[in-house]
Design a protein around this ligand. Structure first.
Ligand code: V47
Ligand code: SF4
Length: 378
């Protein structure tokens, strides 16, 4: 927390900056406009942008930083979409392709039964053949083994793919998954909503509007979901701003989004590996502008897998309040060259947070605090 005197100095400095008008709005709790978003992305004044984002972050969460005891499971990387930014997917029959049986997935869950995991995160490619019964069986089996765990499974893209393949409405797919035990959807597949970028990078994929429709349908059924932005490739600042504003509008309508995750593009082994590498400057600015524009999102996640733990720690002072979690096994970022570890222990996560001067709070999928060893009563 900054002291009174330091706050005065910081406020005088910000009021003299090119972002003074935005500061006044942030201070007064006013919504920022598209133009404000563009000015923030155009500005090189990263420290002021971070200061503004941190004002909001501290207003919402003080010095608390959240983490979750979770397990990631990728059931298959076989995918019909072939997105150019993806190093994870394979076409059916290609070397390196895999699809796990429900028994193999059950074994992964069984191996961790002794750990107090609160969330299992499941995503995969858009498989051409796996029947809907496989997905329902997979979720049902996990819930039978670990009824206490929240299953957060299948992106809007996978849901729309299943609906199309099975000739079902989106809401029918969602309802069946909900009945099997899915409580929330992960935020993947949103990429950048821009049609221009989607045409260049993922023309086969569900459109941005389609993704938003799946999220809204899930919210209407009482399921919650996350949202992402894949940044650091071909997208412009204006396309990033428009993506954030489309999410803000959807959140105004449903209130169903839990958290926003800016996903830092990892380029290795992708169809666009020749792009200039992403910069730390872009990472911090994207997180901070997200915090500033998404005034109706309670949480912004610094996903350490894609950012690396060091950048994720710094991001906690640029608007982020959550680090994601233990993860345990990660393929999407690592097959694209992410140099982070594949897992962190709860102790490592808490140490990272404390070393950044924050108070760690273990949370569940919905950001409810989780009782930890030594806690009296939560
Ligand atoms: O949809 C694909 C992205 C997403 C790359 O909801 C890439 O809590 C970076 O959505 N570099 C899947 N990103 C991951 C995801 C996620 C991860 C952690 C937590 C949550 C959550 C969601 O990964 C995909 C795509 O947008 N992606 N390729 C890449 N080369
Ligand atoms: Fe398939 Fe998702 Fe990879 Fe696109 S990002 S190719 S939809 S697995």
């Amino acid at each position: 927390m900054i002291s009174g005197q330091n706050t005065d100095i910081a406020q005088r400095w910000v009021k003299r900056s090119e972002l003074a008008e935005i500061y006044e709005k942030v201070f007064a709790g006013q919504r920022l406009s598209r133009e404000d978003g563009l000015r923030l992305f155009e500005s090189r004044d990263l420290l002021t942008i971070g200061f503004l984002a941190n004002l909001l972050r501290e207003r919402l969460h003080g010095q608390q930083t959240y983490w979750i005891y979770n397990q990631h499971i990728n059931y298959s990387n076989i995918c019909i979409n072939g997105c150019r930014f993806c190093a994870f997917s394979r076409v059916n029959g290609e070397e390196g392709g895999f699809s796990l049986t429900v028994d193999q997935i059950a074994n992964k869950v069984r191996e961790r039964l002794h750990e107090p995991i609160t969330e299992i995160h499941i995503v995969g490619g858009c498989h051409p053949d796996l029947p809907f019964s496989y997905y329902l069986d997979l979720v049902g089996t996990i819930k039978e083994m670990r009824p206490e765990v929240t299953v957060k499974a299948f992106t809007g893209v996978e849901i729309a793919h299943l609906a199309q393949k099975e000739g079902l409405a989106i809401s029918e797919v969602l309802l069946a998954l909900k009945e099997a035990g899915v409580e929330a959807l992960p935020g993947g597949g949103a990429e950048v909503f821009s049609n221009r970028v989607r045409k260049l990078l993922c023309p086969e994929k569900l459109s941005g509007n389609g993704w938003l429709e799946v999220a809204k349908a899930a919210h209407q059924l009482g399921m919650r979901s996350n949202a992402t932005l894949l940044y650091g490739h071909l997208e412009t600042a204006a396309e990033r701003v428009d993506h954030l504003l489309a999410l803000r509008k959807a959140q105004d309508e449903t209130g169903g989004f839990i958290t926003f995750i800016p996903l830092a593009f990892q380029s290795a082994n992708t169809g666009i590996s020749d792009l200039q590498p992403r910069t730390g400057f872009a990472d911090l600015k994207t997180i901070a502008v997200s915090r500033l524009l998404l005034d109706n999102f309670a949480h912004i996640k610094a996903y350490w897998i894609m950012l690396g733990t060091k950048m994720a720690q710094v991001a906690l002072y640029f608007g982020a309040d959550d680090l994601d979690g233990t993860v345990m096994e990660e393929r999407i970022g690592h097959m694209a060259g992410a140099s982070s570890a594949e897992a962190l222990t709860p102790e490592e996560l808490e140490n990272l947070i404390r070393a950044a001067g924050h108070e760690p709070v273990e949370r569940d999928t919905f950001f409810r605090p989780v009782r930890t060893k030594g806690d009296a009563a939560i």
